[in-house]
Design a protein around this ligand. Structure first.
Ligand SMILES: C[S@@+](CC[C@H](N)C(=O)[O-])C[C@H]1O[C@@H](n2cnc3c(N)ncnc32)[C@H](O)[C@@H]1O
Length: 337
């Protein structure tokens, strides 16, 4: 747990903004005389989402349909604040070796958020940069690659309700349809990844990674096999690492358990990355209740549900090194062989 007045204020304001989104949705529904209680729907979705995420999403049916704005909000209520905190935690922990040491990455960076959904990744980054004196707005090249581009509308609402210091720091984000289950990146996605100083993958690989357990494995020739490396099954992760430019950072945060770390590490073996940080957070690193404003606490009591403040998490920060060092593996020759 980190105690820091500025961080506490930032996190409290982020959560209050999430509650403001709820009020906007509520007013809209009242105008339209919706029959079912908004609170009951959201409570049901929160319970469902928490249950699914608790068990690493082992079944394909255990996917959250984030095209539904109420499922988005319910997810945000439970998880967004924790994820914003996790991002800033990992970046703070590497402040002497990480992005703060790279002028391109810490001043107006170009960022690509894979599965960035509600924008937790960029909010955590923004808090980290501002805390370390980088107050210039981020570049206008903030991209989210996500299966559900419906997040864009929710992000716009979120952005409107965030305090000005966030609003000014984070210009408009562009959402692009992307699915981890499609092996190759489109040319547009390749360009986005290539131009990014920072790529984030925050809790976005686990929803698809666990699916590997229920899926028949294919080798490179499309033949079913029991012994296949994830590099060829999960080419999208491999492609992301491949297209990142030398000097770019990858911030990966995901559950401690589940196959996603293996997928990332298998793909990593084919490239020359330096592991700057590889850390497991357990229940002792929790989010303090002091971040919640008085009105947020009242809301939580009335709602009868609390956001997630603790999680077993693996945080990894990688730096892509120059391509022609002696450890470099020629990726194209692997793919062509
Ligand atoms: C657990 S949320 C994490 C969101 C955000 N990074 C955070 O930390 O709050 C998972 C995200 O992955 C996205 N997602 C789910 N399945 C996906 C897929 N197959 N390909 C790409 N993104 C996916 C969801 O829309 C959602 O934004």
């Amino acid at each position: 747990m980190r105690e820091n007045i500025l961080l506490t204020r930032d996190l409290g304001d982020v959560f209050d903004s999430i509650l403001e989104i709820y009020k906007t949705i509520e007013q809209d529904r009242n105008r339209r005389n919706s029959d079912k209680e908004l609170k009951d729907i959201c409570l049901e979705y929160m319970q469902e989402t928490s249950r699914i995420y608790r068990y690493d999403l082992p079944r394909e049916s255990d996917r959250v349909d984030f095209s539904d704005p109420l499922k988005q909000w319910s997810y945000m209520f439970v998880y967004t604040l924790r994820h914003v905190d996790l991002v800033s935690y990992a970046l703070d922990a590497t402040s002497d070796i990480g992005i703060l040491k790279d002028s391109d990455a810490c001043c107006s960076p170009t960022v690509c958020m894979i599965g960035g959904g509600p924008g937790s990744d960029v909010l955590g980054l923004s808090i980290h940069l501002r805390e370390h004196g980088h107050t210039a707005p981020m570049s206008s090249r903030l991209h989210v690659l996500d299966k559900y581009t419906e997040w864009q509308g929710t992000w716009q609402l979120f952005h409107q309700h965030l305090p000005e210091r966030f609003n000014l720091a984070i210009p408009e984000m562009k959402y692009h349809a992307f699915d981890f289950e499609d092996n190759d990146l489109s040319l547009e996605h390749q360009e986005i990844v290539k131009s990014s100083n920072i790529v984030t993958m925050i809790k976005s690989l686990s929803p698809v990674a666990a699916w590997l357990r229920t899926r028949k494995k294919l080798n490179r020739d499309g033949v079913e096999t029991d012994d296949c490396t994830s590099v060829f099954e999960w080419h999208s992760v491999f492609s992301i690492l491949k297209h990142m430019k030398p000097g770019a950072f990858l911030l990966y945060i995901d559950n401690r358990t589940g196959p996603q770390r293996r997928i990332l590490m298998d793909a990593l073996e084919c490239f020359d990355f330096e592991i700057l940080y590889d850390h497991v957070l357990d229940g002792r690193q929790f989010l303090s209740n002091s971040v919640f404003s008085v009105s947020a606490r009242v809301f939580m009591i009335e709602f009868g549900y609390n956001p997630c403040t603790v999680a077993g998490i693996n945080e990894v920060i990688l730096l892509k090194k120059k391509p022609y060092s002696e450890n470099f593996v020629d990726v194209d020759s692997i793919l062509d062989s």
